[in-house]
Design a protein around this ligand. Structure first.
Ligand code: NAP
Ligand code: MG
Length: 524
């Protein structure tokens, strides 16, 4: 495995050790399901009066863990613990923080199989996607450490004032804001909790983490990596419970100095507005939804386009913010492309995501499963045709989970609302256009601007990069038309309704978002 580096682009052909390690971990984990886990506040396990069972979407009879239904009171306690830990942590030399965070990332890597197995059972991700999410988390943390070092702690000597008779030194320093809130989604519960957490912590902030209720267990296991790495008590606090109560109490608190929210547009926009009701403006990093187009020109390599589009449409059952949920094809290659897409999709295996052969596991919960039924019905009524799929899976092995067929839709008029709406399911609409200009107009005609893919000639790719309104863009990539970004290679973030900071995670400009600048002028 020495030469192999796991990323979302390399995961299609992993060495055998990855499979055997994963299989062993699943076997071991399945014998140990159903334990109770606390929240972590000021380094201690904290139990709430109310609990909830965390069921697997693969088979809802499987209770993975018993978790705490925390309340507004726990939100206050966690914030108080983070506040108390801030003075010391923020004044800990950044080199020391880097050391501790590298240790946490190292623990994540050491535990990758156990964590990947838990992820597959809780999220329903296939094994390579699960291992990928865990490795990406370690890499995001390493990347923030690297940026801190490369920028020498963000301490910069400025010019000297031209003062006659005085010697003045001017230094710019970036300093942490204080208590940072990280609210994360179910679909990349590890990377989208650990990535922002790593950046906030290396910058010197202390944290309160609130995971999605569907993925409370796996994020608890992440919080344990920070704890076990030796981060001081109170630096990372972890609370679980409903977004609408515990989450809202966190957002409404004046004790929060900054937020990173990754999730849906509606929840994120509401959070942005609620957070703005504080006494002054505080930073809000939002990473929101997507409605990502893959554009295919008549000059495209259709083999590459097919592989890339199928992977991005149906990886993680279409529940990626970066999923290729719209395919826009130039007329001369339309028939051939949809034939190829059908053929490739029919080969995808659906089932238990821990099985080696599985590409699609279940969708996350009953509500998403019901959405699938409703959207497919709406598509039929709106004139759409199912090139593939269109139904939930029934029968042996499927009846206790939330399995949906990978569904490509053709003939749905571009004016239909589902060309605009993020369904967040394995449903991708395909449309035909007469020119590349028409394709681009449609591609940009949504509220989102997260990722985008293109297949065409080299001359066309410059035009694509220049014209497309999106934060992460790919041309002629078979590893994924719109998905598969990796820290340090493809920093990840969105334009328009897909994000707020204009700077991508896992990139050059990310860590400074977690600090404010102070200029220090000292006259000798
Ligand atoms: P979601 O429903 O918006 O929930 C995200 C998080 O917000 C959860 O932890 C949720 O907790 C919490 N929450 C809900 N209401 C809240 C409130 N009033 N105050 C504070 N927190 C609240 O999103 P999701 O279904 O988990 O994830 C899917 C969405 O995330 C999609 O739209 C996807 O595109 C987006 N996403 C974006 C990116 C990106 O990088 N741009 C990456 C991944 C996913 P509960 O679970 O307890 O409700
Ligand atoms: Mg669950």
């Amino acid at each position: 495995m020495a030469d192999f580096k796991l990323t979302y682009a390399t995961m299609f052909n992993p060495p055998e050790e990855l499979h055997t390690g994963f299989d062993k971990a699943v076997e071991k984990l399945k014998k140990n399901l159903g334990r109770e886990y606390g929240m972590i506040i000021n380094g201690k396990d904290v139990m709430a009066d109310e609990k909830f069972d965390d069921h697997s979407p693969v088979n809802t009879d499987w209770v993975l863990a018993k978790m705490q239904r925390g309340s507004a009171k726990h939100a206050q306690e966690a914030l108080a613990a983070a506040r108390a830990a801030f003075p010391k942590w923020s004044r800990t030399p950044w080199q020391e923080r880097v050391k501790l965070l590298r240790k946490a990332a190292g623990l994540i890597e050491e535990r990758i199989f156990d964590l990947g197995a838990a992820m597959a059972l809780e999220v329903g991700k296939n094994r390579m996607e699960s291992l990928g999410d865990v490795q990406e988390t370690a890499d995001l943390i390493y990347y923030s450490c690297y940026q801190m070092e490369k920028n020498d702690g963000y301490i910069v000597e400025m010019g000297k004032d031209p003062l006659v008779g005085y010697d003045a030194r001017n230094v710019s320093v970036l300093r942490p804001y204080g208590v940072w809130l990280v609210v994360s989604p179910f679909n990349f519960p590890f990377a989208l909790t650990g990535g922002p957490s790593g950046a906030a912590l290396v910058a010197g902030n202390t944290l309160v983490i609130k995971p999605a209720t569907d993925t409370a267990w796996i994020v608890r296991l992440l919080a344990e990596c920070f704890r076990d790495a030796g981060l001081p008590d109170g630096v990372v606090n972890f609370v679980t419970g409903p977004g609408s109560t515990l989450g809202q109490a966190l957002v409404d608190s004046p004790e929060v100095n900054g937020v990173t929210f990754t999730g849906s547009f509606d929840v994120g926009m509401k959070m942005y507005q609620d957070f703005a009701k504080g006494k002054y403006v505080r930073p809000v990093i939002l990473e929101l939804g997507g409605k990502n187009p893959a554009i295919v020109s008549k000059h495209a390599d259709l083999e590459r386009a097919t592989i890339g589009i199928v992977r991005s449409a149906f990886g993680l059952q279409g529940q990626k913010c970066s999923a290729a949920s719209r395919v826009i094809v130039e007329e001369p290659v339309y028939d051939e492309l949809i034939g190829r897409l059908r053929e490739a999709t029919e080969k995808l295996a659906i089932g238990d995501p821990t099985d080696r052969a599985t590409y699609l596991g279940p969708v996350i919960n009953k509500s998403s499963y019901n959405d699938f039924k409703n959207f497919t019905e709406e598509i039929s009524q709106g004139g759409g045709k199912f090139l593939t799929g269109g139904h939930v899976k029934t029968g042996d092995g499927f009846d206790k989970g939330y399995f949906c067929e990978p569904t490509f839709v053709t003939d749905l008029p571009f004016g239909h609302r589902l060309w605009q709406y993020e369904m967040f399911l394995p449903i991708t609409t395909i449309g035909k256009v007469q020119s590349m200009d028409e394709a681009m107009k449609i591609a940009n005609s949504v509220n989102y601007g997260l990722t985008a893919g293109f297949y065409g000639s080299p001359e066309e790719t410059d035009w694509f990069f220049d014209q497309i309104e999106a934060g992460v863009t790919y041309a002629n990539r078979p590893q994924g038309a719109t998905t598969g970004a990796w820290p340090g290679f493809q920093p990840f973030g969105g334009w328009k309704g897909s994000g707020s900071s204009g700077k991508n995670a896992g990139g050059h400009y990310y860590v400074p978002l977690y600090m404010h600048e102070q200029i220090r002028t000292l006259v000798k």
